[in-house]
Design a binder for this molecule. Structure first.
Ligand code: NI
Length: 391
């Protein structure tokens, strides 16, 4: 497999960096030590500029080659998850309740590895902005960097992201064209009834009974009203009501998530969720309060940049190991905000460690260090193919 030779030579360094980050996880917007580590490594490597504190804890490194004209961005995420690590590994988290369970330690390391290679070789003509973002896990660190002027300060023409994928073997890549990951929204329905003795339900208005109808009714929005070839998921994940076995409570609360790809589908489900919940509640004489919060938009790969990314992956692992038509997934990713602002693409890199490799966000997950040189080689080939030197 043609991993770039120079990158293979420092794979031990990459592993050491990755394990250091793994044992020192920090949650979203708390990536102070991680950001300092990233900035220190970038300075050691001699990248041209290092900027800290963008979007609170984000870091941007700039490397120029040749005339430095065209600009592209490469992005990694730095945050960990609030999970108690259960791997028992020598480099396991030293911080109770915090863990790199999504491989962002690996993503940060691979972008550092790319910075090292690019600063050393400068075998490209243009400007590469290395974007290390905070708070990918639910707290929109990408949006925070954009709101803090990321694109005004570093006006890239294209931007690329990468995520490790433990269900895909090491040495394989997968790139969707168009939607790759879903929009992720959150809803909360408060059903307001009237409490009473459970033996005399006719004297009250039972929000548990009505809540149960709403849970079932909401599923009709997906199964009966959404084009089966479009994709949507609505999950009620929490149903809280009552304290006692013999009391009909005053209120019940339903909480859940909606995942969609199409903007029109997202708008319609948001509207219909309110109509169905309120309609069912009213039909039994109760009232419902609906709060709907939009989270990350769908992650949509731009057609041309998806091809560019897949082509760069093929230069590393061969065309037969690049899936150009994988199925999208209903998870969400805040690189979506960057792809709304700039053309680009987001690739999945195989990182399975054997047949029963623990999934992302598992307490048993660990980033597979074998994949590090492949990810760095991907970044190197992408830059050299997108910003070729003249002649
Ligand atoms: Ni992740």
């Amino acid at each position: 497999m043609p991993i770039v030779n120079r990158i293979a030579e420092y794979s031990d360094t990459l592993t050491a960096w990755r394990r250091h980050l793994h044992s020192h996880p920090e949650l979203g917007y708390e990536e102070v030590e991680t950001a300092a580590f990233v900035a220190a490594r970038l300075r050691e490597m001699g990248v041209d500029e290092v900027h800290e504190g963008i979007g609170r804890t984000g870091v941007v490194g700039v490397v120029r080659g040749g005339t430095g004209g065209r600009r592209i961005g490469l992005r990694a995420d730095m945050d960990a998850l609030p999970i108690e690590e259960a791997t028992g590994l020598p480099h396991a988290s030293t911080r109770p309740g915090k863990m790199h369970a999504c491989g962002h330690d690996g993503h940060t390391t691979m972008l550092l590895g790319a910075a090292k290679y690019l600063a050393e070789t400068r075998n490209f003509d243009g400007t590469v902005c290395l974007v290390f973002q905070p708070a990918e896990e639910g707290r929109a660190g990408a949006r925070a960097m954009l709101e803090d002027g990321l694109l005004e300060r570093f006006p890239v023409e294209e931007i690329y992201g990468l995520h490790n994928w433990p269900s895909l073997p090491v040495g394989e890549f997968a790139m969707c064209t168009g939607p790759a990951m879903a929009a992720s929204d959150e809803f909360r329905i408060t059903i307001k009834g009237r409490g009473c003795h459970a033996a005399m339900p006719n004297l009250g208005l039972d929000p548990v009974f009505v809540g149960a109808q709403i849970v079932i009714g909401l599923q009709g929005i997906v199964s009966r009203e959404t084009d089966p070839v479009d994709n949507a998921v609505l999950s009620v994940t929490r149903f809280h009501a009552g304290q006692a076995f013999n009391v009909v409570p005053e209120t019940a609360e339903l909480v859940g998530t909606v995942r969609t790809f199409e903007p029109g589908t997202r708008d319609r489900i948001e509207r219909r969720l309110g109509e169905v919940a309120q309609g069912i509640a009213r039909s039994f004489g109760l009232d419902a309060d609906i709060a709907y919060r939009r989270g990350y938009p769908p992650t949509v790969n731009h057609a041309r940049e998806a091809v560019m990314g897949a082509d760069a992956a093929a230069l590393v692992v061969g065309e037969e190991r690049v899936d150009r038509t994988p199925r999208p997934v209903m998870g969400a990713e805040d690189f979506a905000f960057m792809l709304e602002a700039v053309p680009g693409s987001y690739i999945w890199m195989g990182s399975a460690a054997g047949a029963d490799s623990p999934p992302l966000h598992s307490a048993h997950y660990d980033f597979n260090d074998e994949a590090l040189p492949l990810g760095v080689s991907y970044w190197a080939k992408l830059v050299e193919s997108r910003l070729p030197r003249a002649g």
